[in-house]
Write a protein that binds this ligand. Sequence first.
Ligand SMILES: [Zn+2]
Length: 572
Amino acid sequence: MARVLITSAIPYINGIKHLGNLVGSQLPADLYARFQRATGNEVLFLCATDEHGTPAELAAAKADKPVDEFCAEMHEVQADIAKGFGLSFDHFGRSSSPQNHALTQHFAGKLAEAGLIREVDDSQIYSHADGRFLPDRYVEGTCPNCGFEKARGDQCEECTKQLDPTDLINPRSAISGSTDLEVRATKHLFLCQSQMKDQLDAWINSKADWPVLTTSIAKKWLHDGDGLQDRGITRDLDWGIPVKKGTEDWPGMEGKVFYVWFDAPIEYIAAAGEWAEANGKTDADWQRWWRTDMGAEDVKYVQFMGKDNVPFHTLSFPATILGSGEPWKLVDHLKSFNYLNYDGGQFSTSQGRGIFMDQALEILPADYWRWWLLSHAPESSDSEFTWDQFQQSVNKDLADVLGNFVSRITKFCRSKFGEEVPESAPYGAPEQALIADLTTRIRAYEQHMENMEVRKSAQELRAIWVAGNEYLQSTAPWSTFKTDPQLAATQVRLGLNLIRLYAVLSAPFIPNASSVLMQALNCDDNSWPTDVEAALSALPVGHAFTVPDNLFGKITDEQSEEWQVRFAGTRD
Ligand SMILES: [Zn+2]
């Protein structure tokens, strides 16, 4: 039994995510976790909410709530929606947890001991009216280059010139509009990533099996221009993890917190600690997943994320881990995704364009979305959601191919033999041919799943469903029954066993439908079909079942058109 540690990029706390976010990390991570568990491996699957930083503070202010209360509430909202989508995290943690506070401070202390942190004098704009320092994006003013009056402190959107907040003419706070600002001296800690360039380069070079998309992004950051740059790891904010050196105060850093990019990936580790605490386990129980000196040497660690997160996961987080000099587990495989677009444009959180996770579950069950999103995952290039395609895919793959197969075989059996597996002869040549075909296909399916080739896995699974339909079509038990009821009984017995096989194989994609099928079959044998012939005899003669309700409803043209209008923009 292998041990597989799986993390999904952690979603930011300030709002409900759209389906593009879901398919770029959490959903394929769940697919992989479910497959690994189904094939008998030991899995720890972790995710969390990313809770620190200015956007969380501003969202809380907008909601007129203290930021800790706002984050606690939004965490529950995201956790409920994740449950609704069947995301099978072993733990859904919070980057604001005590575990992450302690670990982040610990890593900073170790990095300082190793000489990998330096202090940098800086200046930042302070707003008297807001009583706080303003990050670049929260200072607005007139662009010195083009005169645009709403230029932001980091960049002018009109002429795209990169700016410093102090370049702006008539600067004002984007939070309160106040012009009572002053430039104040401040100090920040920087992680000396540049010192670790060779070590990171060697580590990336050792990953010959990583996709070129991943390694080329890392190489670009390592070598382009002046090479990998040192990065600030502190901010002048209230909300975050206080800057400390391990458990000790950090002179000169009073009142500052760690920058969110530094503490967020450390939450992958902290979430394991939260998981242990929540489940009455010991420190050793989570450390065996994360410490190579405590059992994690044989763990396979896989990360899932959108392509925009690749630099952080190939460079910044590994710099933290390697720089600590401690034996923490490094990622073994990094699966990254392109973007999913929405109906001729982009998903937009600010414009409410596209489908958000809560809205999706309001209109259709999770499995419909899971199937479409995974079977159209943006792997080799960006992909696009359109209502036509979605309707077609659900109606054909789920309703016509899988749903119809289940319905035909169970209803036919009930009408001719009753609701139990009929007395019948051993499987003959057509059944053996099907078994051989399915064996080939299932081995291919396993390989694609193991390789995290999401689309190929979906295609193979669909082909496995189709093979059953073709068998039913060609053997036609409803005709056979008239001349040879015994043969029809054999065909039906195979068909019923195929439903169980489909339930087991399909569970990583459509877990709810799979469990409905297992319940209808009155079966709790979820064992993976390593031997297909044996798997197709799992339900013995005389085994009772019930005909399940219609497994998948079809999406009508009216629904599709209505939803297209509803999700075109500006959510309520
Ligand atoms: Zn400008």
